[in-house]
Design a protein around this ligand. Structure first.
Ligand code: PQ2
Ligand code: SAM
Length: 243
């Protein structure tokens, strides 16, 4: 019987192609199939990071999100559309695995840190051998380019989603020693408002596409409210310890 292929969740780092690990690069080049999630009409951030490293004769398997921010006509629900999409993506990956081909699913940053690879892993890892290669995640890439030490001594770090409603975000941030707020985009105006209400706006640092060629660092009060891209984050560093 044909041996099954391996499922590989491959973190490729936050953008700078040199921030990929030696292990991820080796497995990427050894994999006959390279799968990647991508928004409709885009090239894919993860794909852009590794494109130059691909070798000839590798099969590319783009997994195109049917929806990211678009409104859906009734009776379609976002959750159902996304869940059906992950089911179909898992079937497409499994076809290669069943034929004995390893599939590297590349993932911007780290695969298990808000990565879409997780949804394939949940569907396939019980049936196929799976290996996950961690990557430098965006908040660490962000902290480095912002020159922002994150946590001193016994401070705790909160990682928050900008999608949270205003009051919940405020409650969690009020309790945080240090915080990273992910998923800005359309959520940026709400997040900035919360930071202002808590008196944290001056301590907060903002970066778009950290470590990518088109990275942008903008002072919080100068970010155009509706121009913040999805690939941006805010860091509220811990208070400096005068050690
Ligand atoms: C709905 C929304 C809310 C939210 O983030 O929760 C959301 N994506 C939104 C926007 C958006 N997404 C993308 C772009 C284009 C970016 C560009 O290319 O510039 C844009 C912006 C746009 O379209 O304008 C592309 C993208 N997204 C993911 C990957 C793969 C990856 O990163 O692994 C890639 C390709 C990466 C690449 O290119 O490599 C992954 C995820 N995106 C999810 C959700 C989760 C899956 C759905 C679910 O299960 O709910 C998951 C798995 C994260 C998770 O589960 O945490 C949010 C609307 C927020 C709002 O309201 O404004
Ligand atoms: C779907 S999650 C992917 C996270 C990724 N797996 C990681 O390890 O960082 C997308 C969110 O990560 C953040 N993000 C990812 N890459 C980024 C980058 N290079 N610069 C700033 N934020 C980034 C943004 O907040 C974005 O909304």
């Amino acid at each position: 019987m044909q041996a099954k292929g391996r499922l590989i969740g491959l973190g490729v780092g936050p953008g700078d192609p040199e921030l990929i690990t030696v292990k991820a690069l080796r497995l990427l080049r050894e994999s006959p199939v390279v799968a990647y999630f991508v928004a409709k009409g885009k090239k894919g951030n993860a794909f852009g990071i590794i494109e130059a490293h691909l070798v000839e004769a590798q099969n590319l398997l783009p997994l195109v999100y049917p929806v990211t921010t678009e409104a859906l006509p009734a009776p379609l629900s976002y959750e159902q559309v996304i869940s059906d999409f992950y089911d179909e993506a898992a079937v497409a990956v499994a076809e290669h695995l069943d034929a004995g081909r390893d599939v590297a699913v590349i993932c911007e940053g780290d695969p298990f840190f808000y990565g879409s690879y997780m949804y394939l892993h949940d569907r396939l890892a019980s049936r196929y051998e799976a290996e996950v290669v961690p990557g430098v995640c965006s908040m660490l890439g962000g902290a480095s380019v912002l020159g922002a030490p994150l946590v001193y001594r016994n401070q705790s770090l909160s990682v928050l989603s900008g999608v949270l409603p205003h009051e919940e975000l405020k409650r969690r941030l009020a309790d945080a020693d240090a915080a990273v707020i992910m998923k800005l985009g359309r959520n940026f105006p709400k997040v900035r408002q919360v930071l202002e209400e808590l008196g944290l706006a001056e301590r907060a640092l903002y970066v778009e596409r950290a470590t990518m060629a088109n990275q942008k660092i903008v002072p919080m009060d100068q970010v155009e409210p509706m121009s913040s891209p999805y690939f941006s984050l805010i860091i509220v560093p811990g208070e400096r310890w005068q050690g």
